[in-house]
Design a protein around this ligand. Structure first.
Ligand SMILES: *Cc1c(COP(=O)(O)O)cnc(C)c1O
Length: 220
């Protein structure tokens, strides 16, 4: 069986510096994260506040922590001191809470708007209209302790590669069109799309950040 280091190396080779890899370590024990850290890797993704914070507390402090799961407003305070990027902003209310906690910690927290692109009811995310409302809101300008640095999306869980490609392409189009809203705290730099099953397609369609778990660590 290939090692974690070999899997990461193989995926990074495929990415060809077009996108950065986030190793999704959710449900994996701290020892596995330590092993990954020892290969020189520093970019970890988790989907639960409690789990991420417990791991953060015991691991070296030069790790970049990416929150990729649905986030409740009342839990933002636990990750605000250290989180590198929150990929899963799906409500304006949540963005305001992140701003409040960013201010308390004297930092600017980088966020992605999560857009609903799949043909499935089970996935979180903003509609195009809801995202536009946030980007056009006058109140957004006053949120100086957050920065919207791009978009995140999850494609449908289907074998139909053309459907997946179309969903990613749609998100990329939206990403480009949202550049008209760029200002002090809005810049379309990062497009977080692609997981173990679909990251090659995502990168072809313009992803800059892929979130890969099982292709590195095995099935959960
Ligand atoms: C679990 C998860 C991933 C990684 O999924 P794999 O299929 O294991 O690569 C990526 N993004 C999000 C939001 C996740 O919850």
């Amino acid at each position: 069986m290939p090692t974690i280091a070999q899997n990461i190396q193989e995926i990074e080779k495929q990415l060809q510096n077009r996108a950065r890899l986030i190793a999704v370590t959710k449900t994996k024990p701290v020892e596995i994260l330590q092993e990954t850290y020892q290969t020189g890797f520093r970019r970890f993704g988790e989907n639960k506040v409690q789990e991420m914070t417990a791991k953060h507390d015991v691991l070296p402090k030069d790790i970049e922590w990416h929150m990729i799961g649905h986030l409740q407003s009342n839990k933002v305070k636990y990750i605000a001191p250290y989180v590198s990027m929150i990929h899963s902003v799906d409500q304006f209310k949540l963005l305001k809470e992140i701003n409040k906690e960013g201010r308390k910690n004297n930092r600017v927290i980088h966020c992605l708007l999560q857009i609903f692109i799949a043909e499935e009811e089970t996935k979180f995310g903003l509609s195009e209209t809801e995202a536009t409302e946030i980007l056009e809101s006058a109140e957004l300008t006053s949120l100086t302790n957050i920065k919207i640095v791009g978009l995140m999306g999850m494609a449908s869980n289907t074998e139909d590669n053309e459907q997946v490609r179309n969903e990613f392409r749609h998100l990329k189009t939206l990403f480009e069109s949202f550049k008209k809203y760029e200002k002090e705290n809005v810049q379309m730099l990062e497009l977080s799309m692609g997981m173990s099953g679909d990251y090659p397609v995502a990168v072809e369609e313009g992803s800059t950040l892929v979130r890969v778990g099982s292709a590195i660590f095995g099935a959960r």
